[in-house]
Design a protein around this ligand. Structure first.
Ligand code: GLN
Length: 446
């Protein structure tokens, strides 16, 4: 009830929720009380959370922040939603995001932009901007998000939170509306690594309903938190510290390095030579997959349908033309172009080759170090509207985060101080399925 009151008081300015499910939350809270009274325990029993609005929730609107799904009520729960509910979490509703998770500022939502609680004139990052703003403003202690190219880590960094993108295949994508299927992963945003460990432990695991979900036991992330860091080998990629990085952010990373050294870590410079190709490769692969995934929104089966279509083609064209926003249309066009006959080899295939090189860079680097450390973003949060007319400027903000998605490795962003009153984050990357190591380092640092 206290959090529902906070949402009522503060969310009109922040716009972090698309849907508040107060009645359902009360029923879930009561059910958690009953389970506790029956002797059940567990840290998540009764824990309030909310879901990014791309996780399907049975009986509750699941919009992906798009007009085309404004009237879509899902007939089933996503696996992540089901698993967190089974652990006893109480969902207070559905969180705002960039339309179809395409963006880094949460300005492309059909329901309006989300504001950063640290400065209401600034963006909270994206695409999980609603998740970040709601947790940062203490409307909820933790939230789910999804990360295709940084959408958990970047908004976490810009709002002083901890967020983890797991290894590709660690968390089921079933019921998570697809943006770019080979890159998408769900994960938590919370204040601390400990809270993320709790949430991720409940979210992760094999799911026969997602063919890319890996059948491997889930580590005990809570137990991993307290391992000492003595002997930890940290790699600093030289490519991270070039032009484009705010020098104050570079200082924040080095300050973090000093703390980790005091805890027993050693530091060495490493190389990730193919990083320079990551943004072009990502902005071919992600739109290509998106153009294919979004073809299911045709105005026929579900979602928005235009008024009085004259024939089937008119129905498709106008439903999609009226239902999708500008950024989504841009990506459908880029992706369709890249996949069209004759261009496949030049764009998609080439981007896939770059992806393999980026993966090899990481595999090589992890022969020498245990984790890679760097900034999460090149800059702190920017003013609302500042980059919205320049998509390339916004795409460049993803430089540090997208390589993890292209390679499939896990990444975590944790708070690293403030620049001119705005939070910044540092990012840790680890080898496949080493989420426990990321949470361990973040917890020791915190
Ligand atoms: N900013 C990136 C994009 O717009 C990443 C988004 C995401 O991770 N969902 O594609």
């Amino acid at each position: 009830e206290a959090l529902l009151a906070r949402i009522g008081q503060f969310d009109p300015q922040l716009n972090s929720f698309i849907t508040v499910t107060a009645d359902q939350a009360r029923a879930q809270a009561q059910a958690a009380d009953t389970r506790r009274a029956a002797g059940e325990s567990g840290a998540l029993l009764g824990a309030p959370i909310a879901h990014k609005d791309l996780f399907c929730t049975q009986g509750v609107r699941t919009s992906c922040a798009s007009k085309i799904l404004d009237n879509f009520v899902s007939p089933y729960d996503a696996t992540v939603v089901e698993k967190l509910a089974a652990a006893g979490c109480v969902s207070l509703g559905k969180l705002n995001m960039d339309e179809f998770a395409m963006g880094s500022a949460n300005e492309s939502s059909h329901y309006g932009p989300v504001r950063n609680p640290w400065n209401l004139e600034c963006v909270p990052g994206g695409s999980s901007g609603g998740s970040a703003a709601a947790v940062a403003a203490r409307l909820i202690p933790a939230a789910t998000g999804s990360d295709t190219g940084g959408s958990i880590r970047q908004p976490a960094a810009l709002t002083n939170l901890t967020g983890i993108k797991p290894t590709y295949g660690r968390v089921s994508r079933w019921g998570m509306i697809a943006y770019a299927s080979s890159l998408d992963q769900g994960g938590p945003l919370a204040r601390t690594a400990e809270d993320c460990a709790l949430l991720l432990g409940a979210m992760a695991g094999f799911d026969p309903k997602d063919s890319t979900c890996v059948d491997q036991p889930v580590d005990d992330y809570l137990a991993a938190l307290n391992r000492p860091l003595a002997g930890l080998r940290i790699g600093l990629p030289r490519e991270y510290f070039g032009a484009g990085l705010d020098p104050l952010l570079s200082d924040a990373v080095m300050a973090c390095v000093e703390v980790l050294k005091k805890l027993g870590a050693t530091v060495k410079e490493i190389g990730l030579p193919n990083m320079q190709h990551a943004i072009p490769a990502y902005y071919v692969i992600a739109p290509a997959e998106a153009s294919s995934n979004l073809s299911r929104f045709d105005g026929v089966r579900f979602g928005y349908r235009c008024e009085n279509p004259v024939n089937l083609e008119d129905l498709y064209k106008r439903s999609r033309g009226e239902g999708f926003g500008a950024e989504v249309k841009r990506r459908i066009m880029v992706g369709t172009y890249a996949l069209s006959a004759g261009y496949y080899d030049a764009y998609y295939l080439k981007a896939q080759k770059i992806r393999r090189l980026i993966r090899s860079d990481f595999i090589g680097a992890f022969q020498e170090v245990d984790v890679i450390l760097g900034p999460t973003t090149p800059n702190p949060a920017w003013k609302l509207g500042e980059k919205s007319s320049d998509p390339i400027a916004a795409y460049l903000e993803d430089i540090y985060t997208i390589t993890a998605n292209l390679a499939g490795i896990p990444g975590l962003s944790m708070p690293a101080g403030f620049i001119d009153g705005l939070p910044v984050g540092v990012q840790l990357l680890a080898p496949y399925f080493q989420e426990g190591r990321l949470l361990n380092v973040a917890h020791q640092y915190q």
